[in-house]
Design a binder for this molecule. Structure first.
Ligand code: C2E
Ligand code: MG
Ligand code: MG
Ligand code: MG
Length: 272
């Protein structure tokens, strides 16, 4: 009796698995085609200072698929699993290099941040590819900031440090993105050339209504400031949040309240 049940359950489970595998496979084919067919676009979201002036920006990938924009939350994890992330990284690096060149004609110290996921960062050709693209585009790497995640720090920290030092020597700066949400080993922060922490927007939501959420937000901000890090808060959607964070000493902000991500060409126009 139990055996029969077990078998029935198994076949149902197998049925679901098969559908999932087929769906993944189709998505995989589409994503590979997207990379080949120029469907991956680079969008940019400005970051502002306490006066609301644009002082930096972040590049964000978009997949334009049959007229729709697919969010990176939907395709970056898959791209990571399939290794396609390295090709997407190259596309983004080139687009970012060009955007840096364009913006630096007017603002010579401007930096654009690019997200680099752990698998991308640990790829043996990561530094070589990145440098080659910036050389080809004749753009100074000092215009680049790289946003890593805490999850990178669970990898071979010696190697992470070597890669970071090599890029830092060429002027690249490093920021830890979504700070406070990953598996972080805070101890490791002191060994690597990170100069900025970007506090995740989850801490902002509900972070002004007292109780633990507010204690958490304030504690994470003080920690970052006490570490001497430049502290950015992302996901600011209201003026109230902005004023509150400014009063806490935050000097760099990113969120829909100020600017939404937009295609590079449009972003460059609104800048000038
Ligand atoms: P992230 O790096 O933390 O980027 C910030 C995300 O928050 C972006 O979502 C941005 O559009 C969104 N955002 C900005 N301001 C606000 C706000 O005020 N409210 C809300 N609710 N959201 C806001 P997006 O563009 O969908 O990107 C999602 C994530 O995908 C990124 O999170 C990043 O982890 C990853 N990603 C994006 N582009 C790339 C890329 O080129 N390479 C890699 N490896 N990852 C990328
Ligand atoms: Mg980011
Ligand atoms: Mg972030
Ligand atoms: Mg985030």
């Amino acid at each position: 009796q139990a055996k029969t049940n077990g078998r029935d359950q198994f076949s149902v489970y197998k049925g679901i698995m098969t559908t999932q595998v087929v769906a993944d496979f189709k998505l995989e084919q589409k994503l590979r085609a997207a990379v080949q067919g120029n469907e991956i676009e680079c969008w940019v979201q400005s970051k502002v200072n306490g006066d609301g002036q644009v002082i930096a920006a972040e590049a964000l990938a978009r997949w334009r698929h049959k007229g729709n924009l697919v969010s990176p939350d939907e395709f970056i994890p898959l791209a990571e699993r399939l290794g396609i992330i390295n090709d997407i990284g190259d596309i983004m690096s080139r687009a970012v290099a060009r955007a840096i060149r364009a913006v630096r004609q007017y603002q010579p110290a401007f930096k654009i941040a690019m997200n680099v996921s752990p698998r991308q960062f640990m790829n043996e050709y990561f530094v070589a590819n990145l440098c080659a693209i910036f050389v080809e585009e004749e753009v100074d790497l000092a215009g680049l900031q790289i946003e890593i995640t805490e999850n990178l720090l669970i990898h071979d920290i010696e190697r992470v440090k070597v890669i970071m030092d090599e890029l830092a020597a060429q002027g690249v700066s490093f920021s830890v993105d979504d700070f406070g949400t990953g598996y972080s080993n805070l101890q490791r922060l002191q060994w690597i050339p990170v100069t900025e922490l970007k506090i995740d927007r989850q801490f902002v939501q509900g972070g002004m209504e007292g109780g633990r959420p507010q204690v958490l937000l304030e504690t994470i901000i003080s920690m970052s400031q006490n570490l001497g890090m430049s502290t950015v808060v992302e996901g600011i959607e209201t003026e109230q949040q902005f004023k509150y964070l400014r009063a806490k000493g935050i000097e760099e902000f990113q969120g829909f309240f100020f600017h939404r991500p937009e295609p590079v060409a449009e972003w460059l126009q609104t800048l000038n």
